[in-house]
Design a protein around this ligand. Sequence first.
Ligand SMILES: Cc1ncc(COP(=O)(O)O)c(C=O)c1O
Length: 340
Amino acid sequence: MTKPFVDLRSDTLTQPTPEMRQAMFEAVVGDDGYGEDPTVTKLEALFASVVGKEAAIFVPSGVMANQMAMRVHTRPGDVVIAGRSQHVVGFEMGASAANAAVQFNFVDDSEGVFNLDEVATLLDAQFDHQPTINLISFENSHMASGGRTWAPEQISALKKVAGKLPMHLDGARLFNAAVARGVSAKEFTTHADTVMACLSKGLCAPVGSLLAGSTELMERARIERKRLGGAMRQAGFLAAAGIVALESMVERLADDHARAKVLAEAFAKKFPESNYDPRICETNIVSFNHPQARLLVSKLEELGVAGGTVAPQRARFVTSALVDDASIDQALSAIQSLQI
Ligand SMILES: Cc1ncc(COP(=O)(O)O)c(C=O)c1O
């Protein structure tokens, strides 16, 4: 019998659970464009309370939530400080330029967190005829660095440097960060004026993300959602799965993290030339540099284990509910037998 394919390409490939499917079937829905979908309203209130904000908005995707944040915090021509490899910079097809007409000033984020001196220098440059900086965007967990997390104290330190400047948190995997750090999601969001989180990744909901912030910001963000074409109608069918995701899928992320760690150790051992330290694998993403990353990924795929690359010479493998202990054993044998 051929072994099943082990899918480590992304946690976005997860499937809704039986409980989610049941909740979707039974959902009470209305026209959310009119604000009349009780299930969407319930999900939005739940998320707002989980992240300690006044209000939240349900949106189809994480990219849309990030884009709404860009549009409420900035005006065309403004500058956003962000990590060089953040999703909003490198993985949204230039959306921030197209939708909000902003430009980025980058800081190094190869370890996920920022060097605060670099941020301070960029802010200082505004006094030297350089454009107005109106937002700092940061990511927790930080995908491209291999799912690394910011500690709450590191976010407080960033806020100190930012002063009154608004901060947006791309928390596509906010709950992975919370589980890894053993803190509640709120601990990461106190200093964020807006925070987004995805339901459709490790939490296994089929569709959807949320943006949260003050009532005033969310009123404006709701208009931006409409402008981007993201106002949905009987979206309660999707929100119902999202409620299950928030209420019952967070703790299990620890299993994904434990499995990622096993993979991280195996890759580190197999490819010493990568200088990959498996101790940096804190959540569900294993990502490391390798001179032949694309070849490595394609050879591993021939052995029944799918992964991907996120930059030239950078491989990425993601654990999720699709990957059980047997899949990890299978991946380990494939890694060991890999010839490259
Ligand atoms: C860090 C980060 N932000 C935002 C997104 C965008 O989410 P979506 O695919 O729902 O648009 C992703 C998706 O992978 C992500 O990894």
